[in-house]
Design a protein around this ligand. Structure first.
Ligand code: CP3
Length: 344
């Protein structure tokens, strides 16, 4: 059930709102002591498969910060683990794939998935929708390019050399891999929507490694497959990446209702690039939260001002909450966004 009257969904649709909705990417986990306590005795992936824990961890930042949306506690690699890939999330590093996918035969290790392969997701979303009441729940997935980079490299990378080697050197294999990933991602998002999320975000976190022309040729058709496949679902689709200043228009063209912008591009400039008809999400630099409060306030007011250039604005950071962030600053920031935007 989409909460169509919530500030989040209304802003995504460019409708008027009582205040600018605010939530924080990576608000669940990381910076919260109550999260770290739960995780003392259980691994990351295991915790994602426990609906009782998923529910508790997803609710923690909503209780604390009074944000306008919850984001499902999970990870972008959860659906590819369900598809049959042996992987783990290593603390401090990120996803590590035991046997990277590089040769033609490796593609067969990536099976399609259906709702039955992720029953814990359906159950978690149902429990959360019951607990959250009027607060919308955001579902999410990793976009095919970002997932492909982990699968091909075997873990995080700075250079994307093996990923690009396949993209340029073996375009047939590249597109076959991206097609499989698009299918998995689409199925995973549909499962979340059918269970009751009110919006979805497609994280193409690492797409900023590409030029616009390469993005349009090698990536956009596959992200479009995912986003277009959700068009009839009546939930807003947010599309986000880091360092994507030159890709914003292309990421909107892929079929997003809302384009997520990192801190490098001012929102009013982003709106000019994206063109009419799209809301924006962002974009306070997560590192600003380590500066004195006066600086946080000044920067947050600037983001709110620049966000007025769009038909709708969802306040967020320009990327995820950094683990060392003081959670009390996040609470104060959410309050400030409500105050400033609600009094205009
Ligand atoms: O936003 C939320 O709070 C919901 C939960 C969420 C997690 N991962 C939990 C998580 C979301 C939306 C993600 C998405 C994700 N995961 C992305 C896209 C967003 C982004 O940051 O660009 C990416 C690239 C990943 C892959 C990933 N998972 C990395 C690089 C890491 C290690 C770095 C880190 O964040 O600690 C993870 C692990 C991870 N995913 C943790 C959490 C809470 C930390 C694990 C731990 O506490 O041991």
């Amino acid at each position: 059930m989409t909460l169509t009257d919530s500030a989040l969904v209304r802003a995504c649709r460019g409708q008027d709102v009582p205040h600018t909705p605010v939530w924080f990417m990576r608000q669940a986990g990381r910076s919260l002591p109550e999260y770290r306590k739960i995780r003392e005795s259980i691994g990351m992936l295991e915790s994602c498969r426990r609906p009782d824990l998923v529910t508790e961890i997803t609710l923690q930042p909503v209780r604390r910060h009074r944000v306008d949306a919850a984001i499902l506690y999970s990870d972008i690699v959860v659906p590819i683990a369900a598809a049959g890939v042996d992987l783990d999330i290593v603390p401090g590093t990120g996803p590590v794939v035991a046997e990277p996918i590089r040769a033609e035969k490796d593609l067969d290790r990536l099976r399609p998935i259906a709702a039955e392969d992720v029953p814990f997701v359906t159950e978690s979303v149902r429990l959360l929708v019951g607990e959250l009441g009027a607060t919308p729940l955001i579902g999410f997935a990793g976009a095919p390019f970002t997932l492909a980079s982990y699968l091909i490299e075997g873990g995080p990378t700075r250079t994307y050399t093996r990923t690009k080697a396949m993209m340029y050197g073996e375009p047939g294999r590249w597109h076959a891999l991206m097609t499989r990933l698009a299918g998995i991602t689409l199925s995973f998002l549909r499962t979340q929507i059918e269970a009751g999320v009110s919006a979805v975000q497609l994280f193409d976190s690492w797409a900023g490694a590409l030029s616009e022309s390469d993005y349009r040729e090698y990536v956009l058709p596959h992200s479009r497959e995912v986003l277009a496949g959700l068009a009839n679902k009546d939930v807003p689709r947010i599309h986000f990446g880091v360092g994507t200043g030159v890709l914003l228009r292309a990421m909107a063209d892929a079929g997003a209702d809302v384009v997520g912008v990192d801190w490098r591009t001012p929102l009013d400039q982003a709106v000019k690039q994206i063109g009419p008809g799209h809301a924006v999400q962002g974009n306070l630099d997560p590192a600003v939260l380590f500066a004195p409060w006066e600086v946080v306030e000044r920067e947050a007011r600037r983001v709110l001002d620049q966000g007025r250039a769009a038909p709708g604005h969802v306040f967020n950071l320009g990327h995820g909450v950094l683990p060392e962030t003081d959670p009390t600053v996040l609470t104060r920031l959410a309050e400030l966004v409500h105050e400033v935007s609600g009094s205009q």
